[in-house]
Ligand binder design. Structure first.
Ligand code: HEM
Length: 333
């Protein structure tokens, strides 16, 4: 059976969250985020119900955790909160399962993560530094002067996609396929990019077929330092079924795509809106690492992650029952 595509009420964007009883608050409507109207809803939850139960939503009942300390507690208590079966508020499709290691618990999680993590370890990243600098200069120098252009398209997406292609050793000229599959994988049907779940699946199957060709090529050659080669040779991944290969591919593509490009775009917007901070940064480039962390905190490329309580537990004075869906709202905390 297909998991139904949740219906969300667009009219919620015009509702004042303070006009509702607390128990009627549902912050999981994508329209609130698209219209940038979610802030007051989270403010109310943080102030009045930082661990809040929504009994009825398009995604089913769920707890919202909206303050930093409580989010940290959920995120680090692996014995109490599970990442299975999914890490987004929306449930997985019963008939199109996409197992991926982010949505697994120990020990499988650690085995599969350990297979690919050397590709983005400190040593590997240091090795990439010259090519990252070279590409950044190339992209920035190719920008038009005295003319309006789309920074997201020409800089953020281009740089992110070039790096992703390198991490996968993906055919460079076809790298925009990665952007496309990433966007489709996380799109909400009916909100722009795709109209139906069936359409998403068709794109995802194209992605799988393409990557199966790369898998066969890498499996037949000696192991090297790219994601596909590592998965094809890794002890805990080389025999994985096709749907798990696709799940892990999407994890790596989406994980690397949306986050990085949003951060690149937000950093420019943020510095443009705060010229004093831009002046501080250019006067003292050693501030760049903290500027990156602050940009990620400020624009939050991942609005939430979801867990499932494994046991009955207490959080913020509330009793959460085993099996309950618990959403950590990074966008709030
Ligand atoms: C601004 C950049 C990024 C941000 C803000 C970010 C954020 C996050 C967050 C919040 C998680 C979930 C942690 C949790 O479940 O508690 C995560 C997991 C993950 N991210 Fe990223 N990420 C970024 C860049 C990347 C890149 C460039 C890649 C790969 C190319 C990547 C791949 C992954 C993977 C594979 C996981 C799962 C890790 C695991 O299950 O242990 N991310 N990321």
């Amino acid at each position: 059976m297909n998991a139904p595509i949740p219906e969300h009420d667009p009219a919620q964007v015009d509702v004042d969250p303070y006009s509702l009883p607390l128990e009627a608050i549902d912050v999981a409507n994508p329209h609130l985020f698209a219209a940038d109207r979610h802030w007051a809803w989270f403010q109310r939850l943080r102030d009045e119900a930082p661990v809040h139960y929504c009994a009825d939503s398009a995604f089913g009942p769920y707890w919202s955790v909206t303050r930093y300390d409580d989010i940290m507690q959920v995120d680090t208590s692996h014995e109490i909160y599970s990442s299975e079966p999914a890490i987004t508020i929306r449930d997985a499709e019963d008939d199109f399962p996409l197992p991926m290691f982010i949505a697994m618990d120990r020990p499988r999680h650690d085995e599969q993560r350990g297979t690919v993590s050397p590709a983005v370890g400190v040593k590997a990243l240091a090795g990439f530094e010259p090519i990252i600098r070279e590409r950044t200069i190339d992209v920035l120098e190719s920008l038009p002067v005295d003319e309006t252009f789309n920074w997201v398209e020409r800089v953020s997406i281009e740089l992110t996609t070039r790096m992703l292609a390198t991490l996968f050793d993906f055919p460079f000229e076809e790298r925009r396929k990665l952007t496309h599959w990433s966007d489709v994988a996380v799109a909400t049907p009916g909100m722009g990019l795709i109209d139906s779940e069936e359409e998403r699946r068709a794109h995802m199957l194209d992605c799988l077929v393409y990557f199966q060709g790369l898998w066969e090529e890498r499996a037949a050659a000696a192991e090297k330092n790219d994601f596909i080669s590592m998965l094809a040779h890794g002890e805990s991944t080389r025999d994985m079924p096709a749907e798990e290969y696709l799940g892990n591919l999407l994890l790596l593509i989406v994980g690397g795509n949306d986050t990085t490009r949003s951060t690149m775009s937000a950093s420019v917007l943020c510095l443009h809106d705060n010229p004093g901070e831009f002046a501080r940064l250019t006067a003292n480039p050693s501030l760049i690492p903290s500027m990156v962390s602050e940009t990620i905190r400020w624009q939050t490329p991942l609005a939430h992650m979801r867990r499932r309580a494994k046991v009955d537990t207490e959080l913020g004075g509330q009793t959460i029952r085993a099996g309950d869906k618990v959403v950590m709202w990074y966008v709030s905390g």
